[in-house]
Structures are given as C-alpha cells and as structure tokens.
Design a protein around this ligand. Structure first.
Ligand code: ATR
Length: 288
C-alpha cells in the first residue's frame, strides 16, 4: 500500500502513548505508518509522563480532545481508576494499555491480551487451549500473558519468577480470571516444569540487553516439542529464540505480540481494518 503524504491541519486528530520512559517506543512508527497508508487524518506522538503527572496527563486527554492513547510502563495499572469506564477484560486483570476518547468519555481496554493470543496463533493455530504453559516473570507483561492463557483455557499455567512472592501473587489474581489452574513454581522445580510444559513464555526483561547471556529458562532442556515465546524483541532473534530454534523448537520473539496489540488498538481508534503488513514493515528499519 502506498503511503500518502498528509498535511497537518486544524482538523488533524491526535493519538499518542503515555509512558515513562517512552523515548524507545516503536508505537509512533507503527501507527503513523498505518495512518499514512490509509489516509487517516491523525498523527501519533509519544508523551513522556512521569508517575506524578499521570492524573494531569489523563485529564489532558479529555481537555485537548486527544482521540486515543496507548498506556505503557509504568502506568497500565494506575490509569484504570482515572478513566470513565473500563471494558470487562481490562477491569478483570486490572490493567489498561489502550484508551479510546469517545466524545470526552475515556474508555480503557487491554489489547495486550488479544495481541499475545494472536501472536501465539501465528505459530500454534489452536492457541493455548489444553496446553501446559510455563511463564517466567510476574510483572505487567506476565500478568497480561497469564490472563491471555487463562482466557484461552490453557490446561495449566505455571509461573516462575526470580522473586517467588510475586509469582504467588500473580497466581492468586489468576484464580479469578478463568478456569485454568495457575501455580507458582519453585526454583528447584523449574527444570521438571520446563520438560513437562508445551509452551514456554519469557515475560521477564532477561535478554533485553544483548550482552546478558543468562536465560529465564534452562534452555539446554528445550526440545522440538516446545513452543517458545519471548516478550523481548530486537532487530535480530533474541538469545532465547535463537537457542530454542537451534534445539528444534518453534520460537517467536515479542515483535509479533507488539504488532498485534498495536493493530487491535488502531482498530479501536479508527474503526478500520488495520494494515498489519504496513505496521510490520515499519519496524524493519533498524533503529539501534
Ligand atoms: P514488565 O511490566 O515489563 O513486565 P516489570 O514489572 O518490571 O516489567 O517486571 C519485570 C520482570 O522481569 C519481573 O518478573 C522481574 O523479576 P522480579 O519480580 O524478581 O524483579 C524479571 N526480571 C528482571 N530482571 C531479571 C533478571 N536479571 N533475572 C530474572 N528475572 C528478572
């Protein structure tokens, strides 16, 4: 699809992302590419909003008539109480990553959940239904992923985290999200759970720095029966994805999840079918 050149006028609508820090966000690139490709008279910018300014920033969305926003780290949970309404899924998991401004009423959604499931279906068409899943991590990303696995009726969800108390807290929350059984995994049980699992998900920031060689899982026991997903992404396969593929597993990094959550947000704001290929291609330009 050919990108059209759009003039910014007094009619141009504004979209953006609120985060802190936000300078590394790839969302402006994906959304502006999509908006240009479809000739939508909107632009998307990044707002660096420190935690103590979040309330003002959300009021600013209303005051300035900003059409919609993504909410990212560290605001996804706190923003819930600042909105006029929150859709049932986002309310259940207590995290919002997308806000739609409907004539001054701000409604919160969570597209991370559907984004993860859509990425999973690109490598596992039946999704998580009936699978035994091991998630490493217990932060915001892990929370959305555990919610997604639960929505999709995974048979079992095991959560391992460096700080074990947080894994237990996440499992306690997950008890209310669906029918899947969610259990915290102790360090000494991790190897056995990796072997028993069908799907391994790294939802920690381990691997974010290319220099970090450690892994959230013992990769030497990954084999071809595993599907491995890494929330981390970069220009090249992440260390976990490369190691898992070398051992015969199907593996996917966080790029597809990023694209799919963005595509779902875009549809909420514009009502249009998102140009996913355009969004995907916009990430191909190496920026680091
Ligand atoms: P996000 O919202 O992106 O998930 P977060 O809430 O800061 O970010 O969570 C980061 C996750 O990565 C946590 O599960 C964290 O483990 P702790 O709860 O013990 O902090 C995990 N993590 C970060 N660095 C890690 C490391 N070097 N080894 C293992 N886990 C790590």
């Amino acid at each position: 699809m050919e990108a059209r050149h759009l003039e910014i006028t007094s009619q141009t609508g504004l979209l953006g992302v609120l985060g802190h820090p936000v300078g590394h966000s790839l969302s402006p690139r994906m959304h502006n590419a999509a908006l240009r490709a479809q000739g939508v008279d909107m632009i998307y910018v990044a707002f660096d909003v420190p935690p103590e300014r979040l309330t003002y920033a959300v009021e600013g969305l209303r005051a300035l008539g900003i059409k919609g926003a993504n909410i990212t780290v560290p605001h996804k949970e706190r923003v819930v109480n600042l909105l006029d309404s929150v859709d049932p899924l986002a309310a259940r998991i207590g995290a919002v990553n997308t806000v739609v401004n409907d004539n001054g009423r701000l409604c919160g959604h969570n597209t991370d959940v559907a984004g993860f499931l859509s990425a999973l279906r690109s490598v596992k068409p039946d999704g998580a239904r009936g699978l035994r899943c091991l998630v490493a991590g217990a932060g915001g990303a892990a929370r959305a992923i555990v919610a997604a696995l639960s929505e999709d009726e995974a048979a079992e969800i095991w959560v391992h985290n460096r700080t074990s108390r947080r894994a237990q807290t996440l499992c306690d929350s997950a008890a209310a999200w669906g029918r899947s059984l969610c259990k915290a995994v102790a360090d000494n049980d991790l190897g056995a759970r990796v072997q028993a699992a069908d799907l391994l998900v790294n939802a920690t920031s381990v691997g974010l720095a290319a220099s970090v060689k450690e892994s959230a899982f013992p990769v030497d026991i990954v084999d071809s029966h595993h599907v491995v997903m890494d929330v981390v992404y970069g220009p090249r396969p992440t260390a976990l994805v490369a190691a898992a593929r070398a051992r015969g597993a199907v593996a996917l990094d966080g790029r597809e999840m990023l694209i799919m959550q963005a595509a779902i947000s875009y549809r909420l704001w514009t009502g249009l079918q998102p140009p996913i290929e355009t969004m995907r291609k916009s990430l191909d330009i190496e920026e680091r």
